[in-house]
Write a protein that binds this ligand. Sequence first.
Ligand SMILES: [Ca+2]
Ligand SMILES: [Ca+2]
Ligand SMILES: [Ca+2]
Ligand SMILES: [Ca+2]
Length: 335
Amino acid sequence: MKCIKVPLAATAFLGLVAACESPYEALELCSARGDSAGRVHVSCFAHQDDTGRIDEFVSFSQTLEGTSGWIDRWQYGEALHFTDFNADGLADLCSARGNAEGHVEVACHERDSGGDFSDKASFTQTVTALSGWVEDWQYGEALHFADFNGDERMDLCAVKGTPEGALEVSCLYRDAKGHFPDALSFQQTLTGKPGWVERWQYGEALHLVDFNADGRTDLCGARGDDAGQLEVFCFLRNGDGSLPDAPSFQQFYARGWSNRWRYGEVFHFTDINGDGRLDLCGARGVVSGQIEVGCFFRSGETSLTESATLRQLLSDKDMLWTANWSYGEALHFTR
Ligand SMILES: [Ca+2]
Ligand SMILES: [Ca+2]
Ligand SMILES: [Ca+2]
Ligand SMILES: [Ca+2]
């Protein structure tokens, strides 16, 4: 939070820009997860200067009293995302999860210029255009906040496997008042990379990011294949906004991504070294209760470095990162 602790007279967004000396400083590694009382606990590590490293100790933590029900499997934070929902330049904390009727409940806690999240949700909506989000679907692994139509308002998208193993992409574009519409704004089924069945269906390996920085949000994945190789691929959006039916590229990296690791919950696409190109970073718990971070830097138009660099161990003394926590579902890189 180095950038935004500076007292500001201007708006939060202008202040953020003015107070940041380098693009690295705005990036944080944050976790959001339920605590034993069902509240949401947030911890963040600040990204250091241009050495590209992340501060070893927690720089920000907050427990949101105005949340409840984040216990048992909810605790793992699969439904929580850091996203700039109100477009003021600061990442807010939003959740998207199924309710008892199978519709999706969205709730957002805005972040202020001092770094705190609002204790109670500042935006809530039940999205009735989505249905069937019950049982395992309820946990929201297949739901993403992204500006899919490029109008600078964050939208809600779902990317999930169909019964046939194809990928179904659905989006709801927010209107001028910031609300989600009553019907889907976009839907496309991709058949050129099948096999999204059983647990793959939940799309833990998938992300909506602008990989090639052309202003259009793409669909990218990072996951272990049958041989334990790390497979990275993107469907780069076409000029008309549609997705190609098959990935625009697929590449294979280091081995060892087998068993539950293969589902890719630890991975995120983020520009960790501030060169304007998205890198691939993993963040996960290790046996000692620490967090391990490793990043594959972007080395070309589509390629990444062969092995992970920027390997670091971080310490969050209030939180253990062992057992199920080690899969990193609660961890996010955010700007
Ligand atoms: Ca915001
Ligand atoms: Ca939008
Ligand atoms: Ca793109
Ligand atoms: Ca980069």
